[in-house]
Design a protein around this ligand. Sequence first.
Ligand SMILES: Nc1nc2c(ncn2[C@@H]2O[C@H](COP(=O)(O)OP(=O)(O)OP(=O)(O)O)[C@@H](O)[C@H]2O)c(=O)[nH]1
Length: 392
Amino acid sequence: MQLEVIGVGGAGCRLADAIRAAESATRPFLTDVFVFDTDETTLRQTVVPESNRYRYGEANAAEGGADGGDGDGSRAIERCFEEGDERADDVLEVVGREESSAADAFLVTVGLGGTTGGGTVPALVATLQRTYKQPVYVLATLPADREFDASAGESEGLAGHARTATATSDTEPPRPEAATNVLATLERLEGLASAIVLFDNEAWLRPGETLSDARDRSNREAATQVAAVFSGGSGESGEATAQTVTDASDVERIVGSESAFVTLGYAEQAVETTSSRFGLGLLTTDRDVDTAEAVSAVETVVRKAIRGKRSIECDPEAADRGLLIVGGPPAWLNRKAIADGRRTLQTAIDGSSILGGDAPRPDGETVFAGVVLAGIGPMERLEELRDAADAR
Ligand SMILES: Nc1nc2c(ncn2[C@@H]2O[C@H](COP(=O)(O)OP(=O)(O)OP(=O)(O)O)[C@@H](O)[C@H]2O)c(=O)[nH]1
């Protein structure tokens, strides 16, 4: 399927940039990528073409810091929501230069916790929904615990998350109001966004890593997950055709249109191909691949994508619907193992709707699985953010 990506705010711009970088030249899945921020530097640091970068409004810092200078983050984000309509119109003026979008869906990327992205995105999603017929999905990061603490690095983290006392050289500002902002934006997105993919920064931080150090790696992880599921089931891939194609309507069926929360999973395993062995770029044939090895590779990546670390943790059983894409060099895509993988997903989520597809990658050197779990139930992380907001 084809996506139009719109990044808003610092994190939103960097995520959009990372998704653009994850796009394969031979299998494009992006019609366009736009980035919008109050901060010129953020925009310049992306590799998005200048015509698609746009600076709008005043930096929120100029209003007295990320919480508006009044110590009450909720008031600051409310002010940004009020400005949201105007900002959404600015965005639409740029994005809507073409009367209709060639994309199958929009993906709005944003980091929740701040005010620029989180303050604009509800109005932007509403405007896009009113203007276009395509679904509008949101990819939203959740802040890490240490951001809530104005004296970062001195005390313990929240709600059982182990704190690594190394945030001192972090260039990310403390955001005591972040949890409040997250909840306010999510509340507004409810009923507006077609679906909301969550990415939990706390879970993707490595011990001893600063937020600034983690962010490029986290963005690459998120972009890989997005590319696997949104570009994954493309039907034609040079000389290889998928046995089971998943298209935009399949993705829509799984993620729904009612602001369901979504988590993404991804796993890959390097496999030997003729090209990796001899560097000749020759295709691997079925005869070269041991069936047991191919089955094992597919089983392994499917299991890890479902049970391993996903964009946000939740019990797979709490999901209503699921999508599985298995990709790699065609000779490695064992059909029976892929069908078994779908059954594994069905059993794991105990839900009613499962779809699956395969994604042949003649030039690929890994077997991979991308998983979408949609309609995910109560999430511990959101509960923790609620507690953090209440504690303020
Ligand atoms: N994964 C990821 N998260 C980020 C990145 N940058 C910031 N974040 C997260 O996103 C949240 C919001 O940060 P920004 O996107 O910079 O904020 P903003 O929307 O520009 O808003 P203001 O800074 O308040 O004007 C932060 O609290 C972090 O949790 C990034 O590059 N990657």
